[in-house]
Design a protein around this ligand. Structure first.
Ligand code: GTP
Length: 388
C-alpha cells in the first residue's frame, strides 16, 4: 500500500496566515487613513507615528511573503501595542486607541494552555488598567479638539468592532470546518467517499424505528464486486482502488434521494432503502447491476468492465437489522454461487435468484444446494470480466 505524504501544513494553518496577511494590509490602510486625519487636524507628530506604523506593516507583509511568519507576527503585535499605548498617551483615553490592546485577548487565549496563557493575560490586564490611570493622571499630551476627538473615537471603535468580530468569525469558521472534517473522518470511507459501515448502521437503526412506527417496508441490498481479487492481481492494487472508487460512485448515483449506500467492507457495499418493498428493492438491485455492468472503468472510463453480484432482503417485523443483513448476505452468496453478475432476493423461507436478464426466477433453497453461506463456501471460478 502506498503511503501518502501528509501535507506539511494543515489547511487551518494556511488559512490563519492568509488571514494575517489580509489583516496586515487592512491595518496599513487604517494607518494611512489616520495619517491623513492627523495631517488634516494639524497634528504632525501623530501623523508621523502612522507613517512608522505603515512602514512596519509593509515590512511585516514582506516577511509573511517570505514565510518568516513568526517574525512578521512579532512585528505586527509590537506595532499594535506601541500604537495603542502612544495613541492613548498622546490623544487621551477618550480617543479609543486603548481598544486595540483588547485584540491581544483572543491572540493570547488561543496561544496555549491555561498555564501559559494566564501570565500574559494578567500582564495585559495590568497594562490596560495602568494605561488608563496614567492617561487620566497626565491627560492628553497632544490634545485634539472636541470634534476631532469624537471623529477619532468613532473611527477607532469602528475598526476595533470590525477586527474583533472578524477574528471571532474566523475562529468560528475554522471550528466549523474542522468539525466537518472530523465528522467526515468518522462517517465516511476515505477511498470511495461513501459512508462507512458504522455510520450506515446508525442510519439503519433510525430507519428501522421509522419503518416500525410508520408501518412502511425497509429493504437492504448488498452488492459485491465480482472476482475483485483477480482485478487486483492482474491490474494492480491501484487499479483495484480505482474500480472501488468508480463503482462506488456509480452505486451512489443509483440511489434515490432517500436511499443510502455505504462501503460495507473490502469490495462490498450495502444499500439502505427506506419505504421500499421487496419487489421494488429487487428492481432497484437489478438497475444497480446493469449500471455497473455498463460502467467503463479506467482513467479514460473505457479500459475495462466489471460486474457486481447482489443480495436483497426486506426487513421482517420480527427480525433484527443484523438478521436481515445476514439474509441479504446469504442471498449475495447465492448470486455468487449461481455464476455472479446477478441479483438474488432473500425471502424468509428461501432465496430467489434472478438471472442476468431478470426474467428467470429460480427457487434456490440453501439447504437444497448444501451451501450455507460462509465466505469459504463461495465458489471461485476463474476468469475476470475484464473485456474492454
Ligand atoms: N485494491 C483494493 N483491494 C482491496 C481493498 N479491500 C479489499 N481488497 C481486496 O479485495 C479482494 C477480495 O477478494 P475476495 O474476497 O476473494 O473476493 P473476489 O475476488 O471478489 O471474489 P468473489 O467475491 O467471490 O467474486 C482481496 O484480494 C482484498 O485484498 C481495497 O481497499 N483496495
Amino acid at each position: 500500500m502506498s503511503i501518502e505524504r501528509l501535507p506539511r501544513r494543515t489547511t487551518a494553518h494556511s488559512a490563519f496566515w492568509m488571514m494575517v496577511r489580509r489583516v496586515t494590509v487592512l491595518a496599513a490602510c487604517v494607518d494611512v487613513a489616520l495619517f491623513c486625519f492627523f495631517l488634516a487636524v494639524g497634528s504632525p507628530i501623530l501623523a508621523w507615528i502612522n507613517v512608522i506604523s505603515v512602514s512596519l506593516y509593509l515590512v511585516a507583509y514582506r516577511l509573511l511573503q517570505q514565510r518568516r511568519n513568526r517574525a512578521a507576527l512579532i512585528l505586527i503585535w509590537t506595532e499594535v501595542l506601541g500604537h495603542a499605548v502612544l495613541g492613548t498617551l498622546l490623544t487621551g483615553w477618550g480617543a479609543g486607541f486603548n481598544y486595540y490592546l483588547l485584540m491581544f485577548i483572543p491572540a493570547i487565549m488561543v496561544s496555549g494552555n491555561w498555564r501559559t496563557v494566564v501570565p500574559p493575560l494578567l500582564v495585559l490586564f495590568a497594562a490596560y488598567v495602568g494605561l488608563h490611570e496614567v492617561s487620566r493622571f497626565y491627560g492628553a499630551l497632544e490634545p485634539l479638539g472636541a470634534t476631532a476627538l469624537t471623529v477619532l473615537y468613532v473611527f477607532n471603535i469602528s475598526v476595533f468592532f470590525a477586527m474583533a468580530s472578524s477574528t471571532a468569525r474566523f475562529y468560528y469558521a475554522m471550528v466549523r470546518k474542522t468539525e466537518g472534517k472530523l465528522r467526515d473522518l468518522a462517517t465516511r470511507d476515505t477511498l470511495t467517499g461513501l459512508f462507512n459501515r458504522r455510520h450506515l448502521m446508525e442510519l439503519a437503526h433510525v430507519e428501522r424505528r421509522r419503518a416500525d412506527h410508520e408501518d412502511v417496508p425497509l429493504s437492504l441490498v448488498i452488492a459485491d464486486i465480482d472476482d475483485f481479487k483477480q482485478i487486483n492481481d492482474r491490474l494492480g492494487h491501484d487499479a483495484g482502488d480505482l474500480v472501488l472508487r468508480q463503482v462506488g460512485e456509480a452505486l451512489r448515483e443509483s440511489c434515490r434521494s432517500h436511499d443510502t449506500v455505504a462501503r460495507w467492507g473490502g469490495e462490498e457495499f450495502l444499500f439502505l432503502l427506506p419505504q421500499t418493498s421487496a419487489e421494488a428493492a429487487r428492481d432497484f438491485a437489478e438497475r444497480v447491476r446493469r449500471a455497473v455492468e455498463a460502467l467503463g472503468i479506467g482513467p479514460d472510463a473505457q479500459s475495462f468492465h466489471c460486474t457486481v453480484s447482489l443480495g436483497v432482503a426486506t426487513l421482517d417485523a420480527d427480525e433484527s437489522l443484523e438478521e436481515a443483513i445476514g439474509r441479504a448476505d446469504h442471498a449475495l452468496y447465492r448470486s455468487k454461487a449461481e455464476g455472479r453478475n446477478r441479483v438474488t432476493a432473500a425471502t424468509l423461507e428461501a432465496d430467489v435468484a434472478l438471472g442476468q436478464d431478470s426474467a428467470q426466477v429460480i427457487d434456490l433453497h440453501p439447504e437444497a444446494t448444501g451451501l450455507d453461506g460462509g465466505p469459504e463456501d463461495r465458489p471461485r471460478p476463474g476468469g475476470v470480466p475484464l473485456a474492454g
